[in-house]
Each structure stands twice: as structure tokens, then as C-alpha cells.
Design a protein around this ligand. Structure first.
Ligand code: 4AD
Ligand code: MG
Length: 453
């Protein structure tokens, strides 16, 4: 039976008969034998295979070029040469699928930009192997984090009729067999529907029954912003806690980021060595720093004062009442505090309808967690739990309370203070790996004008 290369490389002792399979990275021919570097994606490392010219199947050696797939049987022995602990001495080799010289992944390194044009093959590169293994481990870490804290994992719908963020940046959902005409009768669901921008409103209904819940699923935004941090389809982690205020919300967000940084350092060590060498030299120190140091917390008004006094020239203006742009967020975390920063109490005008109005009547209990290199990774809030204030807030944001009758019911029957946040999984991965473009932490990126593959 085949053994994954990661297990062969980690073997404690030699093994007389094993089978490995993978894709050829390189082949070197010497007199009487050849070396193959084999990778199966189970880990960063390659298995060195030594094939004598007399080995059954060795007649295919000329076809064992970069990209070809093979199965090798042989003995795992200590490698006499430097560079690897073990090597596989082939006793039999079988070519499964050849790859000719047009195979686009040749030995020399390729840029992430080029690899995006071959998204179906890029997982075979070192960079994307490392990214997707890390992505998988982190997804487990997310579930572990919440399970350890007694959160209930809930699945919120992907098709929804409400615009949670009120920003109107949504994709319409219709059926291909749509009836002609307009209006409710022509709609599959009897009303206009969209791909969800956030599972928050539905998560709130579950939190107001199960106490602590979280969702983790795909989210869609039709923002026409072609930046390195925005995707049209991304995964969001959204915890929601009943009987919780803004402080508790910030505590959870900060604990979550610390836990993910710690997990990455502990469980993704091999792939992190790759990121530290080829992607971002400072990534390991940065994560250690986040694990060790407390986050800074400041109200929005203070953030604006710091930015105004900074003497920096920013592309976008800074003044009380305007949104913080990513350059401002990055100045705060990278230059001013040199630490992750949680900014809270934003003006109500620039935040969605569901946030709790503060005593001052001007700000709401919003909080954004900003990290170096990215800016905002978390956006959250304590929710407005007072029925009358929430209705006013809907009107203030030009929304119709009757459209949100079910959401308002949570405030009508046994309302409780509650809070939560959303964290973009891809932004978290960018932060943890140092990869600078969101397109390179998603297997198949969806951005304006791009949905190939
Ligand atoms: O700040 P946002 O818009 O907050 C919400 O959607 C809330 N309803 C969440 C909640 O309270 N349950 O988005 C939350 C996070 C952002 O901080 C960012 O990390 C990520 O989602 N995000 C994106 N990630 C990639 N591409 C985009 N276009 C993103 N838009 C938001
Ligand atoms: Mg936000």
C-alpha cells in the first residue's frame, strides 16, 4: 500500500518495502542510475528516489520528466548523501501519466502572478502546496477554538433576502428557468434574493437561543474593488454571543487572533519555514510578537487624532466622520503602535444599522481589529438590542423596518445584549503566511472580471 511522502520522510527507521507515488519534480541521470525528486503534496519536502537502469520499469526513465506521475516500490534507506535523511531505492517503477516539455511548471521558480494563470496546476508548486496545507490546518484550528469554548457551529444560508451590511454590494440569485416578467411572481423565491454578504443576522437568531454560536462559510461581495485584500467570494468566520457586550466581543476577537498565530507557529512549522524564506522574512517574528504582546485598544476618535497628528501624507483624507482606509489602518498598527490595534466606537453614519447606539447618540459600539500588513481583519459590534432604537436606526439608514420583522422579533421577545464579529478567513491567512495578495490564499479566486477555472 502506498505511504504518503510526509510519513516516509518522517520515518524513524529504514523500511524494506514501501510504495510511494507522486509527481516528478526533477530527474538527474548519472552513469547506471537516475535520481528522481518526487512530491505528492502531503508535505513541502520531496522524496529522493534512486532508480538503477536495470530496475523493472526503468526503461520508462526518459519519460519520467518534470510533471509526470509515477508509483515507485522500493526500500527506504538512510541516504548516504547530504540533503536528506532517507532515500527510496527503487525495485520497481511505473509511469502513470507522462508530461511533455509543454508542462508549464518547470524547475525554475515562477511568480505568483504567472501561477494564477494556471490555477489548475499551481497547487503543485511549493508556494501553493504550502498555502493550501496551511489553509486546511487553520480551518481545523478555527473549529477547535470554538469547540473548546462551547460554541455551537451553525450553518447560515448562502441564499438570502436581506442585505446585512446595507451596502448593496450583492449578487442577485435567479433561476435559469426564470419566468418572464418582473415582480414577485417571476422570482423563484417569490422575492428578490442574493448571495449572502454575511451570516450575521441569521447567526443572531441562533445566538438568541443557543447562547454562543459561530458560522464559517462562503460569503459574497459584489464590491468592484480590485485590491490585494478584496475578493468577490471569500470565507467568513462569524461568532455571535448572547449576554455579551463590546468588551467581551473585543476580548474574543483578540484571543482568536492570538490563538491562530500560536497554532500556526506550532502546527505549520515546515510550511512556515518556506514562507519565511521565500515570501516574508519577518513572518515568524511577527506571529511570535502577536502571541506575546497585548493588543492596543483605542476609540475611533483617538485613532483620528493620532492620524491627524502623524504628519504623514495619506492618499485619502483623514477627519472625524470619514471611514478609515487601509493606509490609515496600517499606519496605526505598523508605524504608531507597532502592534495589532482594536479600534472601537465609530460614528454611526459610517457603520451598518445593527450596531448599538452609544449614550452620546453619535457613535455605535463597533469594533475593528487591525493587524500589521493587512489592516482590518475583524469587523464586529455589540448589536442594538432595544426594539425602538433599532427601528429608528433602520430608518436612519434608509431601510424599511417591515423588511426586518423577523430580526426585530429577537428584540420583541426576550431581548438580550449580544455581540459578535466577522473575520475574513483569507485575510487571516494573508496575515499568518505573509502572502501579500488575497488571490494567492484561495484555491480559485473570484475577483471582478475573473472566474476562470
Ligand atoms: O466588516 P465586515 O463587512 O463585517 C460584517 O460583514 C459583519 N456582518 C460581520 C459580523 O459582525 N458578523 O466583514 C467582516 C470581515 C472583514 O473584517 C474582512 O476581514 C472580511 O470580512 N472581508 C473581506 N475579505 C475578503 N474580501 C472582501 N471583499 C471582504 N469584505 C470583508
Ligand atoms: Mg468592516
Amino acid at each position: 500500500m502506498r505511504t504518503l511522502i510526509k510519513h516516509l520522510l518522517a520515518a524513524a527507521e529504514p523500511r524494506e518495502r514501501v510504495e510511494a507515488a507522486g509527481w516528478v519534480r526533477t530527474r538527474r541521470d548519472a552513469k547506471g542510475f537516475s535520481f528522481l525528486e518526487l512530491n505528492d503534496g502531503s508535505c513541502l519536502g520531496n522524496l529522493q528516489v534512486v532508480v538503477d537502469t536495470g530496475t523493472p520499469g526503468a526503461e520508462h526513465l526518459p519519460h519520467l520528466t518534470t510533471g509526470a506521475s509515477v508509483i515507485v516500490e522500493g526500500a527506504l534507506v538512510a541516504s548516504p548523501a547530504a540533503g536528506q535523511k532517507w532515500e527510496l531505492r527503487a525495485t520497481g517503477i511505473r509511469l502513470l501519466g507522462g508530461a511533455d516539455a509543454s508542462y508549464p511548471l518547470q524547475k525554475k521558480g515562477h511568480t505568483p502572478e504567472f501561477l494564477r494563470t494556471i490555477a489548475h496546476l499551481r497547487p503543485r508548486s511549493n508556494l501553493f502546496g504550502a498555502v493550501f496545507r496551511t489553509r486546511s490546518r487553520l480551518a481545523y484550528a478555527v473549529h477547535e477554538f470554538f469547540r473548546d469554548r462551547d460554541f455551537v457551529y451553525v450553518h447560515t444560508p448562502i441564499i438570502t433576502a436581506s442585505d446585512c451590511e446595507g451596502a448593496g454590494e450583492m449578487f442577485r440569485v435567479t433561476s435559469t428557468g426564470a419566468k418572464s416578467g418582473e415582480g414577485p411572481a417571476a422570482e423563484f423565491f417569490g422575492r428578490p434574493t442574493y448571495l449572502t454578504v454575511s451570516g450575521q443576522l441569521e447567526a443572531e437568531t441562533l445566538a438568541c437561543a443557543l447562547s454562543n454560536v459561530y458560522t464559517f462559510g462562503p460569503t459574497f461581495r459584489a464590491e468592484n474593488s480590485n485590491t490585494a485584500r478584496h475578493a468577490a467570494e471569500f470565507w467568513m468566520i462569524e461568532p455571535e454571543m448572547a449576554f455579551c457586550d463590546l468588551q467581551g466581543d473585543m476580548d474574543l476577537g483578540e484571543a482568536f487572533i492570538k490563538a491562530m498565530a500560536r497554532y500556526t507557529l506550532e502546527h505549520c512549522a515546515e510550511d512556515m519555514t518556506f514562507f519565511a524564506r521565500f515570501v516574508d522574512k519577518t513572518v515568524v517574528e511577527r506571529l511570535q510578537f502577536v502571541v506575546d504582546r497585548p493588543f492596543q485598544r483605542i476609540p475611533y476618535a483617538e485613532a483620528v487624532r493620532i492620524l491627524e497628528a502623524s504628519g504623514q501624507t495619506f492618499e485619502y483624507p483623514v477627519s472625524y466622520g470619514l471611514n478609515l482606509q487601509s493606509e490609515h489602518e496600517r499606519y496605526l498598527t505598523e508605524c504608531h503602535f507597532k502592534a495589532p490595534v482594536t479600534v472601537y466606537d465609530y460614528p454611526r453614519d459610517i457603520k451598518p444599522f445593527y450596531m448599538r447606539l452609544n449614550e452620546d447618540g453619535r457613535t455605535v459600539t463597533a469594533m475593528d481589529v487591525l493587524v500589521p500588513g493587512i489592516g482590518e481583519v475583524i469587523g464586529g459590534a455589540q448589536r442594538e438590542e432595544r426594539l425602538d432604537v433599532l427601528e429608528q436606526s433602520l430608518r436612519f439608514h434608509k431601510l424599511r423596518p417591515e423588511d426586518y420583522w423577523w430580526y426585530l422579533d429577537l428584540r420583541r421577545y426576550g431581548s438580550v445584549p449580544h455581540a459578535g464579529f466577522g473575520l475574513g478567513f483569507e485575510r487571516l491567512l494573508m496575515f499568518l503566511t505573509g502572502v501579500g495578495n488575497i488571490r494567492d490564499v484561495i484555491p480559485f479566486a473570484r475577483t471582478p472580471g475573473n472566474a476562470d477555472f
